[in-house]
Design a protein around this ligand. Structure first.
Ligand code: F6R
Length: 522
């Protein structure tokens, strides 16, 4: 609120120059009640509103002085039926209803009220009443708003028979994975068809490297995408944290294909990396879930993962849908290069079978719960995997730490002997991701090393795997698939493990402390 308690603001973002603004406003006599950067906005608007009577214009004028990011709503007691909203860097969506309009930072919050939304662009502001809205630039020029229809339905944002959204979203993966590949096969050519990716073979010839940028779980999907793309298309690929990307003078140019992965399509670091890559002349693709999100709009082309609304803060179904789209992309690029139609056909066959295999793993939920309740709650855990399942180890550890607050680390299994092995004792559970692929025997050796140091081993393995039952303390069996698709299966028990540990610790699974669903600040 301002000094007079007349102007209220709601702000998502960071005002970088708030200290200077605050000092100037204090010199003008403004009294501050908090140390927040947000409060500065209320006083700044109050000050400018003294000179500019029109609230919308006063907000625009104020924002010209502000450096930083904001999704902002301003309300004045003197005009209580009007909201002024603004966006720069942080998302802001106007929900258009009948005789009612809404403001939110995420469309998921609007679906119960309306499916018609306006995504405000950076440096746009709007005046919204119950039955009207008008959008302007900061320079007060009117902008024609584009109303988009969201294709999510209400059931997506209700828990149904589940206790938590995260649980519901884990169990939705049979459908969400199918939705990610449905209609994306070209049976005649034994390849994938991604509508938004219109790369011609001669354009692909010009691409000499792929750089994947993402954060958090999406970054883990990127690491797996790197294996998939390099293996199928034989194009050098590397993955970078979006937050590091633009601070390291990335070596990219017009021959680089940059793939940005983001469930929300609003992650500030990923968006900034997309802009940096575009500025350097790279072709930039977006793999996003939220239709119309900023990354989806700002990338040159892209594919949606069609996972539906993901409400739980910990990403689950978006991850497996991202993997599905990355697989389709690698397969498609591979077929444009040297991958044979026979191998292409095999990929289609295997991918189609994934949802029923996921369903089978989900049916082991009680066994996984039992495993958690009968072994007590650890304070630390180690997740180990090799090859394409090493990033799954990272993802399993991230899921556990973010929702149950149990410290966990993911490592490539063979790296254990270079340090983490020192941590292992009888109190340290070690989760091995050990599908029956070409590194299986090596993983067995790693398990023995852990057992020799009294570590407790939980293994994720295939039913026909030999030897594992004799050395692991517990085994969660999963169906077999080809190595490139195995992360879509191996991650499911890890999501359930994290979920049950969090429940056992009475944690708020859907809204873990200190975390936000979309990280819209740098
Ligand atoms: C972890 C998680 C986060 C997000 C990360 C990126 O469960 O959800 O690590 O993956 O904040 O978010 P998006 O994918 O929206 O860019």
């Amino acid at each position: 609120m301002d000094c007079e308690n007349k102007i209220a603001v709601v702000h998502n973002g960071i005002i970088e120059n708030y200290k200077v603004l605050k000092k100037n406003l204090q010199n003008e006599g403004h009294q501050f009640r908090t140390d927040t950067d947000t409060e500065v906005l209320a006083h700044l608007i109050e000050e400018i509103h003294k000179k500019i009577d029109d609230l919308h214009k006063a907000v625009n004028e104020s924002l010209k002085l502000v450096e930083g990011t904001y999704g902002l709503v301003v309300l004045s007691k003197e005009e209580p039926d009007k909201l002024i909203v603004a966006r720069k860097g942080s998302p802001l969506v106007i929900g258009v209803g009948e005789n009612e309009n809404f403001i939110a930072s995420d469309v998921a919050a609007l679906v119960v009220h309306t499916k018609n939304v306006i995504y405000l662009k950076d440096n746009e502001t709007a005046e919204v009443t119950a039955d009207s809205f008008s959008v302007k630039t900061l320079a007060n020029n009117f902008v024609e708003p584009v109303i988009k229809e969201i294709d999510w339905d209400i059931s997506m944002i209700e828990k149904g028979d589940f206790d938590y959204f995260m649980q519901k979203e884990i169990f939705e993966q049979t459908d969400s994975i199918s939705n990610a590949f449905r209609g994306r096969f070209n049976a005649n050519l034994n390849t994938a068809r991604l509508g938004g990716v219109n790369l011609k073979p001669e354009q692909l010839e010009n691409i000499d490297q792929i750089v994947i940028i993402a954060c958090g779980t999406s970054w883990h999907a990127g690491l797996i995408g790197e294996y998939m793309i390099e293996s199928m298309a034989r194009i050098p690929a590397k993955v970078q944290y979006a937050s590091e990307f633009r601070y390291r003078e990335p070596i990219i140019n017009h021959r680089t294909l940059v793939i940005s992965i983001s469930q929300s399509g609003e992650t500030a670091d990923t968006l900034a990396a997309v802009r940096e890559a575009k500025e350097k002349g790279a072709r930039v693709m977006g793999i996003t879930n939220v239709i119309g999100s900023t990354i989806a709009r700002e990338t040159d082309f892209g594919s949606y993962i069609h996972a539906g609304a993901e409400i739980g803060v910990a990403s689950t179904k978006a991850f497996t849908s991202q993997l599905t789209v990355l697989f389709l992309l690698g397969w498609m690029l591979g077929r444009m290069r040297m991958l044979t139609p026979e191998i292409g056909a095999k990929y289609a066959e295997e991918l189609i079978k994934i949802p029923e295999k996921v369903e089978e793993i989900l049916s082991y939920d009680d066994h996984i719960k039992e495993l958690v309740t009968s072994n007590g709650i650890p304070t630390n855990a180690l997740y180990l995997g090799r090859g394409i399942n090493y990033p799954v180890a990272l993802e399993g550890a991230l899921k556990l730490k973010e929702i149950s607050y149990i410290h966990a680390e993911g490592y490539p299994a063979a790296e254990m002997k270079h340090g983490p092995i020192a941590l292992i004792d009888e109190n340290m559970p070690v989760v091995f991701i050990a599908p029956n692929d070409f590194v299986y025997d090596k993983i067995l050796t790693n398990i023995e090393e852990v057992k020799a140091r009294k570590g407790k081993v939980i293994a994720i393995a295939n039913k026909d795997s030999k030897g594992i039952e004799d050395i692991a303390d517990s085994v969660i069996y999963i169906p077999k698939t080809i190595s490139l698709l195995s992360p879509l299966l191996t991650v499911i028990p890890l999501q359930l493990l994290a979920y049950h540990y969090a429940i056992a610790k009475n944690c708020n699974v859907d809204q873990p402390r200190n975390l936000a669903k979309s990280v819209t600040v740098e």
